[in-house]
Design a protein. Sequence first.
Length: 487
Amino acid sequence: MVTSEAEPFAKVGGLGEAVSSLAAELSRQGNDVRIFLPRYYSIDVSKERLKRFPSPLGIPLGAREEWTGLYEGTLPDSKVPVYFLEHEGYYGRDGVYGPRGGEGYADNVARFVLLCRGAFQLCRMLDWIPDIIHGHDWPAALCPVYLKTLENHTEFSQTAAVLTLHNAGYQGVYHKDNMTAIGLSWEHFYSSGFEYYDQINLLQAGIKNADSLTTVSPGYAREIQTPEKGEGLGGLLRERANVFTGILNGIDYSVWNPETDPFLPWHFSEKNPADKQKLKIRLKEEIFLTANQDKPLIGMVSRLVDQKGFGVLLDYGRGGLGDICRELDVQMVILGTGNAAYEQELARLAWKRPNLKVILQFNTQLAHLIEAGSDFFLMPSIFEPCGLTQMYSLRYGAIPIVSNTGGLADTVENYNERTGKGTGIVIDTVSPENIYNAVKRAADLYADDRKAIQSMRAQGMAKRFSWTQSAQRYMEVYARAMEIRRG
């Protein structure tokens, strides 16, 4: 696994959690799995008990060679070795892709060239040649390219490349002069798939060269092959459809379990849900919401960005968050950070509306309490490759209100009043008015039909999206990739 993120060491979004969970499950199923990522300086060597390699690792970077440090650790609660590439010039700074709240670093191509070329050098140092090099998103997309070019006739000639697209909206598009750092000739600018409107596109090159491709839900796999949602890569993905598979991410139920969650003062289950009400009261006390009113509490834990629907939710047109909080008999809590303008607008609304609380921070304990204490959970994403939060919400009895896209559509079934079947409320098309109507439907059901609420909650809490089945699907992908690579 070559990756820019791996929980708990470095995590910006769902990528870090998915990589670590998949690696751990593959290891439990008997595979020799190893993770390779940068040692960002936010990763504390002593705290993580990392062991430094005695010898440096030499890595080609363009026409020169960079000498790097190397550490080894272990993924918690697993036998998975994790190797950390140390280079003060490239990784000794704040942030993974760029400073918090800022643009990506200008030298990101060189930073992740070092990672991808370093993966092959690490394997040589370990005298360990894997069957599969599995790259994750654009920072690792050069691994399939190098495998088919510089490493095609080396000891890696039988190694297959798998590339997972966790979010096709981020592609690694940079100035074409970065071909020098990549270390390939200008002929490869065209033949290896880099050329993208006279720039380089790392993800596009990875897609073209990988033996097998995956993404993180079947729904998202279908969506990004279309011109409308393919982010400019739909045509290429359609060309490679025969090796492109959507595999739904799982979640770690040892961490997200309301029956044992260490962040909760009380526990509950689908068979014994009584203490969920106590947790709702505790949550409202903690965030200073009026605690003695029996109103539906709607939670959100999210990055405050356009993808997650905040541009629509904060629209001044009819039906936005302001109208929801002013006109509907609900309470809301929003936890997260992101776009500075959205943070400012949410803070302004919270100051005006006593039934809205906004906490602009990253807070794991509070995130768990919001899942446990909320009646509903709002996720009006414009697109959502997989989404994990709706899976947490189902497990914690916070009925999801989600848009009809990607992994949300794959995991949440719209409630049908006639049949009583369904685990949430689905917004067909994201707009301020449609979000408003979905929240109103939730509020009306809460006020008028508690049996429907209990039914949705019980059906949702019984759902399981474990990594066991997903890992088995990845094993099928790996086997197919090896067949392709080895002819």
